[in-house]
Design a protein. Structure first.
Length: 553
């Protein structure tokens, strides 16, 4: 019995890991409790750690510091890989406007934090903790704590940052949800009207792909081969088959086009007028799966690493089989395949062809989930290595007494975004399956918040009793004022309410708020706006957290 008692009451590596695991699994369970769609989520791990530390758990701070930083790296790296493919495309159309709104919210919160510093006697460590908690941004907390440690600040002061974060965090989540409700109330918004408006606008979205049937009336195409048509229409149309009378014919390169043929395929919404001009009358098909006769359609997962990185023309499926690739699905995006489109590992390609050869196409492309289940450990650690090096490079900002750094949060995040966008460098593939990415993300954030809670919880209650409750009020100001102002301005500018909700949640990088926003309406407007602003705002919050520390330390 004494051995067991000593194990739980004596500081050691084993006891530290034990309490870390206790914090993690109790926190995850706590995060699932809530009212309707409002739940603590992963923040439950933070509160669990605070409670366990308050009860006097003996933990080794050096071990927790290491695990905290490593968890942060895993978290931001997985975010970067996931957001990379759509990062640069997110700035198209209203993406730039949404990012400007989100930047306004970030700078507004930063300005209020600076004002609180000048009007109170709180230390920079506490101010930056309140800021990070109020905007529910965990990587910025990690970056701030790293900067404080590099400037020689005592560990006890660094832990105050975690306490301030924990105090401000809960109302940070609630404040975002309250903002969405207030905007809806102030402008008397009808959600059904917003859904209709968004859906109508989506119809004109240039990235939207449509299944089409085109009746050939252009005499210049009569008696030409499909190969000829493919090359002159490569950017506008992915051809799958031809309907001639009552017969469906796979569109192989040597098929001769005749007057009155109906060419079936896929085109981008903004390219349909060009298709009509070059070929003939275009009909948008509502049910593209309606393929009968000797032809069929399948979705195939590209897992053959030898084909990854090659263009559709280089792979040459259409030359060797009576089959055509008509769509590519990648990281939530739908891509119109052209001859120069590059296939990447993990792509799902839609193939239309003769039924008897589709299994051969599947075997050539791979279609093996087991192949993707193998984690590419080499590229993960290489990317993290490059990210840490990049994060260590000093960034000299005029007016700051010391250079800022991207740090352990910003460096791996930026590298991961670039690698996620590129997908490969030479023969090195940086693809990660959604399941593996989600595991690394959840595992990293749970490790990070567990350590923050255990490091901050010992004096948490004492801090609240001795004036820490005021930190809550400061956090509410940082949360509400900027995003409410941005939301009102955006609505005055006629931005769709559902996009505003997604933008606000993304500006605060807050998944629970996004979950609430998604429950407002069954469309993708909220998630799309969130994904549009999230990557750049994450990077900006990490940098500004360090800037605040260096300005006032």
């Amino acid at each position: 019995m004494n051995y067991i008692q000593d194990f739980f009451t004596t500081q050691s590596i084993a006891s530290t890991v034990l309490y870390l695991c206790l914090t993690a699994f109790t926190g995850v369970a706590l995060g699932k409790l809530g009212i309707k769609s409002i739940k603590p989520g992963v923040a439950g791990v933070l509160f669990s750690g605070i409670l366990i530390a308050h009860c006097g758990a003996p933990v080794d701070e050096h071990i927790l510091h290491f695990v905290r930083d490593f968890g942060l790296i895993l978290f931001v790296y997985s975010i970067g890989l996931n957001m990379g493919p759509r990062f640069f495309s997110s700035f198209k159309k209203d993406g730039l406007l949404l990012n400007l709104f989100a930047i306004g919210a970030v700078l507004g919160g930063f300005g209020i934090a600076c004002l609180i510093y000048f009007l109170t006697d709180l230390s920079p460590a506490i101010i930056v903790g309140i800021l990070c908690g109020a905007v529910t941004n965990t990587p910025s907390l990690g970056a701030a704590q790293q900067t404080l440690a590099e400037q020689g600040v005592a560990a006890s002061t660094v832990s105050e940052t975690g306490m301030a974060y924990a105090v401000a965090y809960p109302l940070g989540i609630v404040g975002i949800i309250i903002t969405m409700l207030l905007i809806r109330l102030i402008f008397k918004i009808n959600v059904n009207s917003e859904i209709k408006s968004y859906t109508e606008a989506l119809g004109g979205n240039e990235t939207k792909l449509q299944s089409v049937r085109i009746t050939v009336v252009n005499p210049g195409l009569f008696d030409k081969t499909i190969d000829y048509v493919k090359h002159i229409m490569d950017k506008e149309l992915a051809i799958s088959r031809i309907i001639r009378g009552s017969e469906s014919i796979i569109a192989t390169d040597d098929v001769i086009v005749r007057q009155g043929d109906i060419i079936c395929g896929v085109s981008a919404q903004n390219r349909i007028e060009i298709v009509a001009f070059k070929i003939g009358k275009v009909e948008i098909v509502k049910t593209p799966e309606d393929i009968s006769g000797p032809l069929a359609m399948i979705n195939v997962l590209l897992t053959n690493q030898e084909l990854a990185g090659k263009t559709i023309e280089q792979v040459g499926i259409y030359r060797r089989y009576p089959a055509n690739i008509t769509r590519i699905f990648r990281s939530g995006m739908k891509i119109l395949p052209t001859l120069e489109t590059t296939l990447e590992l993990g792509d799902t390609v839609r193939v239309v062809g003769k039924k008897e050869i589709l299994n051969d196409v599947k075997k050539e492309l791979g279609d093996s989930v087991n192949e993707l289940a193998k984690p590419n450990i080499f590229s993960i650690f290489l990317g993290i290595f490059a990210g840490i090096l990049l994060g260590s490079i000093p960034i000299f900002i005029p007016g700051l007494p010391a250079p800022a750094k991207l740090g352990l949060a910003g460096g791996p995040l930026l590298i991961a975004i670039i690698l996620g966008y590129k997908g490969r460098i030479g023969k090195m593939i940086f693809y990660m399956t959604p399941g593996a990415n989600l595991f690394m993300k959840e595992f990293g954030i749970i490790l990070f918040l567990s350590c923050v809670g255990l490091l901050s919880g010992e004096k948490f209650v004492e801090t609240i009793q001795n004036g820490g409750w005021q930190w809550v009020l400061y956090g509410v100001a940082i949360t509400l004022i900027p995003i409410l102002a941005v939301g009102i301005i955006a609505r005055i500018m006629k931005v769709n309410y559902l996009k505003i909700c997604g933008c606000v949640a993304g500006a605060m990088t807050d998944p629970p708020a996004l979950e609430f926003a998604n429950n407002i309406a069954p469309v993708q407007a909220q998630a799309a706006a969130y994904a549009t602003v999230y990557p750049f705002i994450m990077f900006l919050r990490v940098l500004l957290a360090q800037t605040l520390v260096l300005m006032f330390l």
